[in-house]
Design a protein around this ligand. Sequence first.
Ligand SMILES: NC(=O)c1ccc[n+]([C@@H]2O[C@H](COP(=O)([O-])OP(=O)(O)OC[C@H]3O[C@@H](n4cnc5c(N)ncnc54)[C@H](OP(=O)(O)O)[C@@H]3O)[C@@H](O)[C@H]2O)c1
Length: 291
Amino acid sequence: MNHITLASGHEMPVLGLGTWKLLGEPCRQAVKKALELGYSHIDTAWIYKNQEEVGQGMKDSGVDRKKIFLTTKIWVQHFKYKQVLAEFEEDLKMLNTDHVDLLLLHWPLTGMKETFKALNKLVDDGKVKSIGVSNYEIRHLKKAIPLTKAPICMNQVEYHPYLNQEALRKFCIDNNIHMTAYCPIGRGQIFGNPTIKSIAESHKKSEAQVMLRWLIQKDVVAIPKATTEDHLKENLEIFDFSLAEEEMKKIDNLGIRRRIIDPFVCDFDDVKPLTRVINKIKTLGYVNFYR
Ligand SMILES: NC(=O)c1ccc[n+]([C@@H]2O[C@H](COP(=O)([O-])OP(=O)(O)OC[C@H]3O[C@@H](n4cnc5c(N)ncnc54)[C@H](OP(=O)(O)O)[C@@H]3O)[C@@H](O)[C@H]2O)c1
């Protein structure tokens, strides 16, 4: 497994297992199976309501906790100083662990000074190794960077061939912030794209593998969610081939910008007014949306 080195000095595997929508026994099984197959990085969040199963899957895999990179995220309702600390203690208990490798703020909100103060305390206390954010655009990062002593190491955002994040990536590189791609295979909505299909065929790989390879060749961490053993294995088999510069450029330049996730907690710069209204209606059932 390839690794990147975060601004905190800690290493992070470039491929992880996403767990949104994984609940109960299927979640425990997927985490256990992934770790047995050779994954070493699991992504969860307080709001996913699956942290106990994630913790159980990690334990049942028999893999040493020190060899697992674990990410979780603080939910937006808990961004006040004391609430961050309280939610995090709950996280640790549910995950059955004494530390988290990466703690992210799930969505950008204003008034982040006290939120970052709490994250810094968790780093100073040794309970969190690295901190970061999620769904931040350049304007959010510009505001957040001066608020924290511990570096913002990661920005986890939606990133796939139909949502190329080149401008954000350049800003992140300039500020020593790495990126993680969520929905890295576009939740299946990109399958059938003729460019990706033909590149996949020429490498005798699947379209999902080409999309994941495109990301990691940009030093972007990918966290595909997979439940079945076939998908888990397939997504791991991306380190035995590489895309030529020409192929990378073809995917870079697909020219389609389609966001899958746009709940009303965030205003993304690139969302067209009509799409925004449709997305907001789709996510009106706020809590249900996250279940
Ligand atoms: N920070 C945030 O706000 C945020 C938002 C959304 C997601 N995330 C994180 O990012 C992770 C990944 O995103 P996502 O789950 O939304 O989308 P995704 O990983 O792009 O897509 C997941 C879907 O693709 C299927 N799949 C997986 N591997 C496949 C393969 N090789 N071939 C064909 N289909 C395949 C899965 O099926 P099976 O499950 O049936 O295997 C599942 O239906 C989440 O689980 C979560 O951890 C973070």
